[in-house]
Design a binder for this molecule. Sequence first.
Ligand code: PMP
Length: 283
Amino acid sequence: MVYLNGEFLPLDQAKVPVMDRGFLFGDGVYEVIPVYSRRPFRLAEHLRRLQGSLAGIRLANPHSDEEWTALIGRIVAEGETDDQSVYIQVSRGPMAVRNHAFPKTVTPTVFVMGEPLHTPPDSQREQGIAAVSAADFRWLRCDLKVTSLLANCLLRQLAIDAGCIETLLFRDGYLSEGAASNIFMVKDGRLLAPPKNHLMLAGITYDVVLEIAAAHGLAHEVRDIREEEVRAADELWMTSSTKEVLPIVTLDGKPVGSGRPGPVFARMYGWYQDFKRDVMRHG
Ligand code: PMP
């Protein structure tokens, strides 16, 4: 079952008109919420980020937080597995004629679906993953979670074409994030993360990793990170709701640090799994 504009129906019966601005212009926003033991993780934070994305594209939120919570609750309850990932999309809806200008009356298209949550295979965590890098050619509102993901798709495909998992993005000599993840680095035992601004998406997992670091007394710092620093890192990690935390062991074919998942990653991974067991699964 998925939700589309007031109805719960099977996925293959959910249809959107071709004149939808989401289809023609990528004019919409989305969220991906991980669900553990049927409990949406940090729902309030995801709904806050959704509200920020909607405000950023000047689209009224079609639902109150209470309505979103009920809607998501029903999707999660009907899902096949206890761990899920819930996808929410709101587009600016259909238009009568193709026109960039917003319609006078907007009827947003609201779509929610649940999918089984697939965390990365153990091999990726144990052996680490390979990444490439590219110039970040996206727009200047990367803080908004918008459905116009063409640049992210093109950038991620560079990694796939090279047999890698993620593409690290540099803008004007500084690290912004991954094509679909946030990036952390470790140097001399210290965890570094780029600051939240318009050049990156404020990941919910990014917050979790920094909170865990603080809770366990791991030295960490949020600041602009130069490309040379990334290339000389002892460890690099990527984070996202579905990938959790993964160690990057090669960048552009060169080893990161020892070329193996590092000791700080091993600690963070353990803490993250404890957090998942003790906090995420209990709301
Ligand atoms: N940056 C980008 C560009 C993303 O698409 C994502 C989510 N896939 C993230 C960062 C990580 O965000 P979160 O931790 O909330 O999944």
